[in-house]
Design a protein around this ligand. Structure first.
Ligand SMILES: Nc1ncnc2c1ncn2[C@@H]1O[C@H](COP(=O)(O)OP(=O)(O)OP(=O)(O)O)[C@@H](O)[C@H]1O
Ligand SMILES: O=C(O)[C@H](O)CO
Length: 463
């Protein structure tokens, strides 16, 4: 099928959007919760409603608002009142809305994915609420990605600014989410099973939207309701790998972790309540839905894959572009959809521009195409990479996309991708080309989805 540049541009955006729509958090929770006569089903757990006095709802994450909407709808007005449903969720400031039973509180400003004093106060209120529950209560925890930054609760001896600095340092030096959360869990009272250990309800059931590939329960939002599988010694290993012990300002963090490793080599995982954790949405759901949309749009061969070992965004971008060029020349797939979450090693803040890992990825892909094919770099190709949460790094964009039309504009305006790539300044490359993906908060979060569509190179008639 011959596809015009306009068609490729429309397809790449629609396919990505179909992926994000498939993981709408209100729908995921609504589908996971059901009341049948006197039984409440939550994930794969079931509870006898007549034995429950009150229902508490706690948690946090970028999908919190949507999850609360889905839960309130599934429980219904009668049950919301009868069971005195009440609760607190920590969400980004631009996700706060007023609800009748569950309070949404701003755990951090929009676009700033770092713990704040407000978040510490919300976590304190949640822990206090957990301690006020009794065996006759049910506690429903709604967790989604971004929960780690939204639910900070530093242990004694660690300050909020130390937590902010260490996460910023590790993330900026290319630590992946497993490594980051191995450290975060040891420095927190709420993460790494801490919430479950504070909970005095009869049962605690967590519904979790996963933004970590492979869905490791104790990593997503740093597993507040899941036994911690990593130890203080593991956290120290991560710090060593990134040279943290050599940095003076982190001396106290290292000392506290060394003490923990010495005196509490194993994690305490005792709880007084019955705990269950259910994943209700993940990256694979989004990638599959994007694939279905691609097929509807006539892409006859679609490759889907989800990888859980991602490297740097630049390498992933180069790889996707090489695949795109290969696809153009062969009779295999003409659309490639992948899920992932690469890392970016950031340059020094004094030279750093503005961007995110998805924008960096598309920029690296653009440069690769330009180096291999010169002026016609993206002829017959469109590529998009976007965070399903609508927030790529500290920017207001979800990601970026690129096509042949934008290459022409890039050339005529003298924009050089290499300059922006080196400075981690992809946002200012894509903004004038109108190639940023702007969704606003999507109220969900299942990592990133990347879409590449190609128009086949037509075989030249034989002379
Ligand atoms: N100027 C920049 N250019 C490229 N990447 C950047 C830039 N600034 C930050 N980043 C990258 O953005 C990533 C953090 O993005 P973000 O805050 O969206 O994290 P996240 O992993 O989606 O958050 P969460 O997992 O908490 O949902 C880090 O990998 C960081 O290196
Ligand atoms: O909050 C976090 O820790 C990340 O988004 C992974 O879930």
């Amino acid at each position: 099928m011959k596809r015009s540049p306009k068609q490729l541009a429309e397809d790449v955006q629609a396919i990505w959007k179909a992926g994000v729509d498939a993981v709408k958090s209100d729908d995921l929770v609504y589908d996971a919760v059901e009341v049948v006569e006197d039984t409440l089903f939550v994930g794969e757990s079931q509870f006898n409603l007549s034995a429950i006095k009150r229902i508490f709802v706690i948690g946090g994450g970028k999908a919190g608002a949507g999850m609360a909407i889905g839960l309130q709808k599934a429980l219904g007005e009668k049950l919301l009142n009868e069971k005195h449903v009440q609760g607190i969720l920590s969400v980004p400031a631009d996700c706060v809305q007023e609800f009748s039973h569950i309070q949404l509180k701003a755990g951090r400003p929009a676009g700033q994915n770092s713990p704040t004093a407000e978040g510490v106060e919300i976590s304190r209120q949640i822990l206090r609420m957990c301690e006020s529950m009794t065996v006759h209560d049910l506690c429903i925890c709604l967790l989604s990605g971004g929960g780690s930054a939204l639910l900070p609760s530093p242990i004694d001896g660690i300050s909020l600014s130390e937590k902010q600095e260490i996460t910023k340092f590790l993330s900026g030096n290319g630590a992946n989410i497993e490594q980051l959360n191995t450290v975060r869990k040891q420095l927190s009272r709420i993460k790494g099973h801490g919430l479950a250990m504070h909970c005095k309800a009869g049962n605690l059931v967590s519904l979790i939207i996963s933004d970590v590939l492979g869905d490791p329960l104790d990593v997503i939002a740093s597993g507040p309701t899941v036994p911690n599988t990593t130890t203080a010694a593991d956290a120290l290993e991560v710090l060593k790998k990134f040279g943290v012990p050599q940095i003076e300002k982190f001396a106290n963090v290292v000392r506290v972790l060394e003490e923990q490793a010495k005196h509490h080599p194993r994690n305490d995982s005792r709880t007084s309540c019955g705990v269950s954790n259910w994943i209700i949405g993940n990256n694979a759901v989004a990638v599959d839905a994007a694939g279905i949309e691609a097929e509807k749009r006539g892409y006859s061969h679609v490759m889907h894959c989800v990888t859980n070992m991602e490297g740097e965004a630049e390498q992933v971008g180069q790889h996707l572009m090489r695949m795109a060029m290969k696809m153009q020349n062969e009779t295999g797939p003409d659309c490639l959809i992948t899920g992932g979450e690469p890392v970016v090693k950031l340059v020094d803040p004094s030279q750093r521009g503005f961007g995110g890992r998805n924008q960096q990825l598309v920029l690296a892909a653009t440069l690769e195409a330009r180096q291999q094919r010169g002026d016609g770099a993206l002829d017959g190709i469109a590529i998009l990479s976007g965070g399903t949460d609508g927030e790529d790094g500290p920017t207001d964009a979800a990601g970026a996309w690129m096509d042949a039309e934008a290459i022409a504009e890039m050339m005529s305006s003298g924009l050089k991708p290499e300059d922006y790539l080196l400075k981690n300044d992809a946002y200012h490359f894509f903004a004038p080309l109108r190639r940023l993906v702007m969704t606003g908060p999507t109220h969900t979060n299942v990592c990133d989805v990347r879409v590449v569509v190609v128009d086949r190179v037509q075989p030249q008639p034989e002379k």
